[in-house]
Design a protein around this ligand. Structure first.
Ligand SMILES: Cc1cc2nc3c(=O)[nH]c(=O)nc-3n(C[C@H](O)[C@H](O)[C@H](O)COP(=O)(O)OP(=O)(O)OC[C@H]3O[C@@H](n4cnc5c(N)ncnc54)[C@H](O)[C@@H]3O)c2cc1C
Length: 330
């Protein structure tokens, strides 16, 4: 037994963690243990990946690609493959996952069972819309192959099914053509909800849109509306990973000088959109552990994600160095 928690850190109660490593033996392993629930990388906000004092079937070791058809973009893989690995492998080959959530440290099985969405929800639907086939293994050893046209009731119940229909042992995904790893992005500061709705309803076809509202702005609602499209442009390779993180929040209640400066600079309403090019791979210069540690602090300040994209200048947007570079260019 060992403590396991989800990304939301709701609890860290003991679990009997069984590592799955051979997809042909899942049924046999499931049969020899008490009933459990599948567990990917535990990036769920809630507790759907937990089974306190019970069994977890960890799929992280089921991380093999099974087949890829370079002409059609069909990829068959095991459920523990991370979205990060698919993107790294496929984007240079001209293909990409059509839908990615806000972190790439998510398994294919977890993305299917939570039917995750990306910032292109309005144009591409959810992750499940691009799954073409699944193999499920149930605790009684039964194997169910399903898809949109094959045992569709099992397929529909498994997309967003939180692992309750069985362990996904294999998945086939339809990738889409990708022009490259870059997104042409702009950030529009806005003031008031009406301005937000105007921006949301603009006809310009932006594939990705997302907005952050400054929750500390009280009655004078303000925020940042970010929108982006994939681009064929190419840019020099990213610089070596930086070892320091520019923001140093004082804690959950106080605001650091860096954060305050970034906020003043970025949240000026009614100014022209800022354009930048971001890597679609979200080259965040933070380790997953530090990202995890920082995010609650940024959340509490209503400023989550300003720093989470890398700008074309090589520094995280919002950092002091990025601001200096940006000023120098203007
Ligand atoms: C920083 C951050 C940003 C995020 N942004 C977004 C976002 O933009 N959009 C979004 O939709 N979500 C987002 N999420 C949530 C995250 O994408 C989902 O919770 C995702 O499902 C986590 O995947 P996982 O591999 O960690 O699965 P886990 O959290 O381990 O499990 C999730 C569910 O999948 C089931 N499961 C896992 N593997 C299998 C399998 N092989 N067979 C059957 N069931 C299985 C589990 O039982 C559980 O119910 C974000 C999370 C973080 C931490």
């Amino acid at each position: 037994m060992r403590p396991v928690s989800s990304w939301g850190r709701l609890s860290a109660l003991p679990h009997d963690v069984i590592e799955l490593g051979d997809r042909d033996r899942i049924g046999a392993v499931l049969a020899t243990h008490k009933p459990g629930i599948a567990h990917g990388l535990g990036r769920s906000y809630g507790d759907e990946c937990l089974n306190p004092n019970g069994v977890l079937w960890s799929t992280a070791g089921l991380d093999r690609l099974i087949a890829f058809d370079e002409t059609t973009g069909r990829l068959a893989c095991e459920p523990g493959v991370r979205l990060l690995d698919i993107q790294r492998l496929m984007i240079p080959r001209g293909w990409s996952l059509p839908v990615v959530p806000g972190t790439q440290l998510v398994t294919v099985g977890g993305a299917i069972a939570n039917d995750v969405h990306g910032k292109n929800h309005h144009s591409a639907g959810t992750f499940g819309d691009h799954v073409t086939a699944l193999r499920l293994v149930r605790t009684d050893g039964e194997i169910i192959d399903c898809g949109p046209d094959r045992r569709p009731e099992w397929f529909a119940a498994t997309l967003g099914g939180l692992g309750l229909t069985g362990v996904i042992a294999e998945a086939e995904l339809q990738l889409r053509r990708s022009p490259g790893p870059w997104l042409d992005a702009e950030t529009v500061p806005f003031k008031g909800l009406e301005a937000f709705f105007r921006l949301s309803e603009e006809d310009t076809p932006w594939e990705h849109t997302v907005s952050w509202i400054d929750c500390t702005s009280g009655a004078n609602v303000r925020g940042l509306f970010m929108r982006a499209n994939p681009t064929t442009a190419s840019y020099p390779p990213r610089r070596a990973r930086q070892k320091t993180f520019p923001f140093t929040p004082a804690g959950l209640s106080g605001q650091s000088p860096d954060l305050a400066r970034a906020e003043r600079r970025l949240l000026r309403p009614e100014q022209a959109p800022r354009r930048a090019t971001h890597r679609a791979l979200r080259a965040v210069p933070l380790s997953a552990r530090r990202h995890r540690a920082m995010e609650p602090a940024l959340w509490s300040q209503g400023l989550l994600s300003i720093s989470m994209c890398r700008s074309s200048h090589g520094w995280p947007a919002g950092s002091r160095r990025h601001a200096r570079r940006h000023r120098a260019r203007r």
